[in-house]
Design a protein around this ligand. Structure first.
Ligand code: PBG
Length: 331
């Protein structure tokens, strides 16, 4: 017999703090967080990003210091994005293959400072390196080509792995790149380097501040709709995820985050693979703007939104709020 009121009062278990703690279904800890960092040229440089209030680009020494901070806070992984100097951007994004580029120098600086106490995740896509801001090569008709781009992404991934990256995260949405990168890693002595595939990445309006941070917003012509997914689609996300798992992805990323928690849940229910979500730059900016406008309590908004990712089924969240959230969680 199913219980009903008054035998069943769902408020009973909510009446006290200890009881709410006892019945809590999901938990957010610093170990759930991946902290994205933007790398810039120079020494002792910190450049605030106006559309991402509270987030800065750091030169490699500052990146190493942030990584140390992450270890101390219990954050297990750092994600790196370079702000490539303008004179090193080109139509083919060749700087992505330079073993001495900002990304590789940052990886080495973190490794020197933290050893293997922290995971280093590196983004594979050409947009921080191209003069046109697209994630791949563009043909005469303005189309981002697939197979030629994949060949370069493979070399970009190998360059990052050689520098010491632990997790390769292709965020480009080209077809077939996970398989190509997995094969190249296997054949070049990097069989323990993981692939976290941005399998379901949408052509979203929430990426604006990120494009400021890596300096691609002003360069980008057109949009990314021929490779990133249509926000209207959900079944297609499952096809993307299934394909990337078959191609050798160790874990899956859904991006953006909050507006796509239904995708996280569907992926979690369908596949037995760890799922992560990227709470992207526009989401961060939205929370900061709401708090600055007095529309909500910043700390509470941060922790509630991050917990929502866990509830939806995420193993972890990539978020610009990582350090702040970890401090709150550590008390
Ligand atoms: C590069 C990339 C983007 C983001 C992460 N990797 C931008 C894009 O696809 O245009 C956006 C992340 C964010 O907004 O925080 N492909």
């Amino acid at each position: 017999m199913t219980a009903s009121y008054p035998n069943l009062r769902l408020r009973r278990t909510r009446a006290t703090g200890w009881s709410r703690a006892l019945h809590r279904e999901n938990l957010l800890t610093p170990a759930d967080l991946i902290w994205p960092l933007f790398v810039t040229q120079g020494e002792g440089v910190e450049e605030p990003i106006s559309t991402l209030p509270g987030v800065s680009r750091w030169s490699t020494d500052g990146i190493a210091a942030r990584a140390r901070e992450a270890v101390d806070l219990g954050i297990p992984c750092i994600a790196l994005f370079p702000n490539t100097p303008a004179d090193k951007r080109s139509d083919d994004g060749a700087e992505a293959l330079n073993p001495d580029n900002l990304m590789c120098r940052a990886i080495k600086a973190i490794r020197d400072a933290c050893g293997n106490d922290i995971g280093i995740l590196t983004d594979v896509a050409l947009d921080p390196y191209t003069a046109h801001g697209q994630d791949g090569l563009v043909d005469d008709a303005g189309y981002v080509t697939n197979d030629d781009t994949v060949a370069i992404l493979v070399d970009q991934a190998l360059n990052q792995a050689e520098a010491g990256a632990d997790i390769i995260a292709p965020s480009d949405m080209m077809d077939g790149r996970v398989h190509a990168i997995r094969m190249a890693l296997e054949m070049n002595g990097h069989s323990n380097v993981q692939i976290m595939s941005y399998a379901a990445k949408y052509a979203s309006a929430f990426y604006g501040p990120f494009r400021d941070a890596v300096g691609s917003r002003g360069l980008l012509k057109g949009d990314k709709k021929t490779y990133q997914m249509d926000p209207a689609n959900s079944d297609e996300a499952l096809r993307e995820v299934g394909l990337d798992i078959a191609e050798g992805a160790d874990s899956i990323m859904v991006k953006p985050g909050l507006a796509y928690l239904d995708i996280v849940r569907r992926v979690k229910e369908r596949f037995d693979v760890p799922v992560f979500a990227y709470q992207v730059s526009g989401e961060y900016a939205m929370i900061e703007a709401a708090a600055a406008a007095g529309a909500g309590d910043r700390d509470a908004l941060v922790l509630e939104t991050l917990l929502a990712f866990k509830r939806a089924g995420c193993s972890g969240v990539l978020t610009y709020h990582a350090a702040h959230a970890a401090k709150l969680l550590n008390g």
